[in-house]
Design a protein around this ligand. Structure first.
Ligand SMILES: Nc1ncnc2c1ncn2[C@@H]1O[C@H](COP(=O)(O)OP(=O)(O)O)[C@@H](O)[C@H]1O
Ligand SMILES: [Mg+2]
Length: 225
């Protein structure tokens, strides 16, 4: 992306003031910065959740500017996987149904039940929850919920995984396990990861750390390595 600027309507402050960022396929970039620095704003733009910005934003070679709604929806569904601080599971549904949910909103992604279920088992297995497919989301611990959220994000095989403070609601130990999982998924596939975080462990797991400060991204020196 080049020269990306973002101001919320009615707000005097420009949150993003000219972001230039190139993330190579397969990279794991961590975005750090104090609360309110614009990390979520940046991820929302990359994820196609917010399309009102100035500048150029391309993901996977395609520009997100002026994309028709249907293509934008397909982009959000298929190209990116999103994980938030709050796992945003539907509590009354099983783990399998939670992770397969994206497919229900995706034209062409709808398969027969058996195929969806096999894929659900596969991604749950990948996040260390093999066997939990039938469990109701309401019975899961915080760490397990984030694992299911990760499985859901991976269900349609996205190229890009966007994580917004994925360990923000977890204790240190559980958070560390989720970080290891994200790092492992990244290492295992061709997945590109961009993670906004306060968590030093995630920042350290990334191949690159970017600090958002005063609306601009700074390549941060890696600490401890
Ligand atoms: N929907 C919104 N409308 C107006 N201002 C917003 C909105 N979302 C975020 N902001 C403001 O933009 C700034 C950056 O917020 P955010 O991207 O959430 O930062 P971070 O994720 O780094 O904590 C903050 O000052 C916040 O108050
Ligand atoms: Mg945020």
């Amino acid at each position: 992306m080049t020269g990306v600027r973002k101001r919320y309507p009615g707000s005097g402050v420009e949150v993003l003031r000219g972001i230039d960022l190139e993330v190579a396929a397969g990279e794991f970039a961590s975005v750090v910065g104090r609360s309110g620095s614009g990390k979520t704003t940046l991820l929302n733009l990359i994820g196609g959740l917010d399309t009102s910005f100035e500048g150029e934003l391309e993901v996977g070679g395609g520009s997100l500017r002026g994309l028709p709604d249907a293509e934008l929806a397909a982009y959000r569904n298929r190209k990116v996987g999103l994980v938030f601080q709050d796992s945003q599971l539907l509590d009354h549904l099983s783990c399998a149904d939670n992770v397969a949910l994206a497919a229900h909103f995706d034209r062409g992604g709808r398969g027969d039940r058996a195929r969806l279920r096999r894929r659900a088992d596969e991604v749950l297995e990948a996040v260390g929850l093999g066997g939990a497919a039938g469990r109701r989301a309401s019975t899961l611990s915080g760490g397990e919920r984030q694992r299911v959220a990760l499985a859901r994000a991976l269900f349609l095989e996205p190229e890009l995984l966007l994580c917004d403070e994925p360990t923000g609601n977890l204790d240190a130990e559980t958070g560390a396990a989720v970080v290891d999982l994200i790092a492992g998924l990244h290492a295992a596939g061709r997945l590109t990861v961009v993670a906004a975080t306060h968590d030093d462990a995630i920042a350290a797991a990334g191949s690159r750390v970017l600090e958002l400060r005063d609306g601009v991204l700074h390549e941060a020196a890696r600490e401890g390595r």
